[in-house]
Design a protein around this ligand. Structure first.
Ligand code: NDP
Length: 446
């Protein structure tokens, strides 16, 4: 390891003990940025990277709520307000039993770079709870969301901090939280994004992360004069991002072979066509069932407790969660001919897996670039709310496509290797950094 990176990371680890995912995210960025900062000493003297690795504010709170049996339940609530140099804090809320401060700090840190890459004026943040919506009734989810927002509402606002969805937080949860915020404040305002169409939401927001991830894959393929047409694709997850990545990739002529959830994956060699996808959306979003039911319904194989990366494919779209591709799985993917990885999820590849992708020179689009479409359309939702108008579907989709192309261009500008290939990790890290760093320089030591 570069001794400068090693020294920097020793400081990070001492100040943030036990926060494994946060260390991983900062390390990846430090490896790209420290050589760049050495060449640009103004950033070094102002300790920009050191400041960016320290949240501006962290709010931690108790979330008490009463379940359907009348019993009191207690969860933890968090909001990490990471960086507001270029705009108000913006980033999702995650409800999942694995949520802890380290995971939210990693997500908030990545969000700062991602939001900067979108070209929109948004700072970075992330929040959530260890609440598990799985197996809860709608009434219990509503009770929890209301209690969570009762405290969170003191810290957010349309000019301050604008949360959105993430794992475990979709349209239903955003609705309950928006309702409670409105009731407490007596204000109808764009304080959350991912809202329903009829009450301030933007068309294409539900689709945006998955579509954007496929548009990014398309832009990477185009650098080799190639396209998605006729390609085989493995997708992990079966939630919001996975569903719309599947929809768009299929529309562009690819064949989706797999989907998964935390219990296992299904392999459908014939491809998950629009009819089957419609069935999955009903299963996951309304009935809240398991992906194994797909195997029973369509008579395909289900692999319990496994991830889909041993399946031969041209393109992999990891759309479930962090660290879901190990070094061995990355090697299996590339050895089986996979030459494009576009990350719908945040940090789905371990550091060792990323090394494999970079060493083997495949087209590897890291999450902070490839999944920025979601927050980009959230930014467009904020604009529409501020203007009190709503744009047509085609208009939002056009803007999303343009933003993904611009992010891809930025990655090329900062990530071109001497041999002409592109290191999208370096490109997205430096590309995301410069705008935030210059704003921080201008604003002084705050
Ligand atoms: P959803 O909750 O809609 O779906 C998550 C999917 O991933 C589910 O299929 C879930 O399975 C699976 N999953 C979650 N945790 C694990 C785990 N520990 N191991 C295996 N599978 C798991 O979330 P989203 O689709 O919104 O988010 C997916 C990823 O995309 C996350 O990394 C998120 O941070 C990222 N992302 C999301 C954005 C958005 O706009 N929603 C924006 C940018 C990034 P199960 O049902 O069994 O839990």
């Amino acid at each position: 390891m570069d001794p400068r990176v090693e020294k920097f990371m020793a400081g990070i680890m001492a100040r943030n003990p036990g926060e494994r995912e946060f260390h991983q995210a900062v390390h990846e960025v430090a490896e790209s940025l420290i050589p760049f900062i050495e060449e640009n000493p103004k950033y070094k003297h102002a300790k920009i990277l050191e400041r960016m690795a320290e949240p501006e504010r962290v709010v931690l709170f108790r979330v008490p709520w009463i379940d359907d049996k009348g019993e009191i339940q207690i969860n933890k609530g968090y909001r990490v307000e990471m960086n507001s140099a270029i705009g108000p804090y913006k980033g999702g809320i995650r409800f999942h039993p694995t949520v802890n401060l380290g995971i939210l700090k990693f997500l908030a840190f990545e969000q700062v770079f991602k939001n900067s890459l979108t070209t929109l004026p948004m700072g970075g943040g992330k929040g959530g709870s260890d609440f598990d919506p799985k197996g809860k009734t709608d009434n219990e989810v509503m009770k929890f969301c209301q209690s969570f927002m009762t405290e969170l509402s003191r810290h957010i606002g349309p000019e301050t901090d604008i949360p959105a969805g993430d794992i475990g937080v979709g349209g239903r949860e955003i609705g309950y939280m928006f309702g409670q915020y409105k009731r407490l404040r007596n204000e109808f305002t764009g304080v959350l994004t991912g809202k329903g169409r009829e009450w301030g939401g933007s068309l294409i927001r539900p689709e945006a992360t998955g579509y954007g991830c496929v548009y990014f894959a398309q832009a990477m393929l185009l650098t080799r004069g190639d396209s998605l047409a006729g390609k085989t694709v493995t997708v992990s997850g079966s939630g919001n991002v996975a569903q719309y990545a599947t929809e768009k990739a299929t529309e562009l002529g690819a064949r989706i072979l797999t989907l998964s959830d935390s219990a296992g994956y299904i392999y459908d060699p014939a491809g998950i066509d629009p009819e089957k996808l419609k069935w999955i959306m009903e299963l996951k979003n309304i009935k809240r069932g398991r992906i194994s039911e797909y195997a029973e319904k369509f008579g395909v194989e289900y692999y319990q407790g496994k991830r889909p990366w041993s399946v031969k494919c041209d393109i992999a779209l990891p759309c479930a969660t962090e660290n879901e591709i190990s070094k061995e799985e990355a090697e299996a993917l590339v050895n089986n001919g996979c030459f494009v990885v576009s990350e719908g999820a945040n940090m789905p590849s371990t550091a060792e897996a990323v090394e494999v992708f970079l060493r083997r020179k495949i087209l590897y689009g890291p999450g902070k670039a490839a999944n920025a479409g979601g927050v980009a359309v959230s930014g467009l939702e904020m604009t529409q709310n501020a203007m009190r108008m709503s744009w047509h579907r085609e208009e939002v989709d056009q803007k999303l496509q343009q933003i993904m192309k611009d992010i891809h261009e930025t990655c090329i500008r900062f990530g071109r290797n001497e041999d002409g290939s592109v290191n999208y990790v370096k490109g997205s890290n430096i590309g995301g950094f410069v705008k935030v760093a210059d704003a921080m320089l201008a604003q002084g030591a705050v």
